[in-house]
Ligand binder design. Structure first.
Ligand code: HEC
Length: 172
């Protein structure tokens, strides 16, 4: 019998919790919306959309496609490294970093793409990115996230730095 007696109270609690949950959802949604839609007069934060000052790289269509394949592999590699770190497989994380983002990868990229089609500044950003990957690979064996994460951040910063400077031109 006792469960029947406590039912109204239980329901009361449910209604209360429901109201709280609804409140939380409303707050989250409204915060989400203010983030997405900039208020009038405010600058939207996405510089790719507003003032696109990126330099176009003049690649032919097949070269552009090849470039995109490399980029998509970069993103997959990042995912693989994070996954390996999450599973505490430091050896795999180091191997992926070296093989896919380090100087080894750079030599492969130079062989498969025509380096002369890329401006010198692009080459410098690519080198900085490979160096950041080598720096990351070096600290992974410490298994210390306090050392690993800042170097990981360095790699991602190198991705972002180049994306802010360059784009493929419309042909590619
Ligand atoms: C040296 C320059 C450079 C570096 C470093 C670089 N990228 Fe890119 N990436 C580009 C350019 C240029 C594009 C084309 C952007 C455009 O045309 O809008 C691109 C495009 C991409 C794309 C979109 C691919 C598509 O299908 O359109 C992804 C994903 C990407 N990069 C991931 C990464 C990741 C992850 C890293 C770092 C691990 C990275 N990139 C490092 C230059 C770079």
């Amino acid at each position: 019998m006792s469960w029947i007696e406590s039912l109204p109270l239980y329901r009361g609690k449910q209604v209360f919790l429901g109201a709280v949950a609804l409140g939380v959802i409303c707050v989250v949604l409204s915060v989400g919306c203010t983030d997405v839609r900039p208020r009038q007069g405010e600058q939207p934060s996405n510089s790719y959309m507003t003032s696109d000052t990126r330099h176009p790289i003049p690649l032919s269509s097949p070269e552009g496609k090849q470039h995109r394949v490399v980029m998509l592999q970069h993103l997959e590699t990042i995912q693989g490294i994070v996954s390996a770190l999450g599973e505490e497989d430091y050896e795999l994380a180091k191997g992926l970093t070296e093989a896919h983002l380090g100087f080894f990868r750079h030599r492969q990229a130079m062989a498969s793409q025509q380096p002369e089609n890329f401006p010198p500044a692009y080459h410098d950003l690519a080198m900085a990115h490979h160096q950041a990957a080598e720096d990351l690979a070096q600290v992974i064996p410490t298994k210390d996230l306090k050392q690993i994460l800042p170097k990981f951040d360095g790699v991602l910063k190198a991705c972002v730095a180049c994306h802010l400077e360059f784009k493929l031109d419309d042909r590619s």
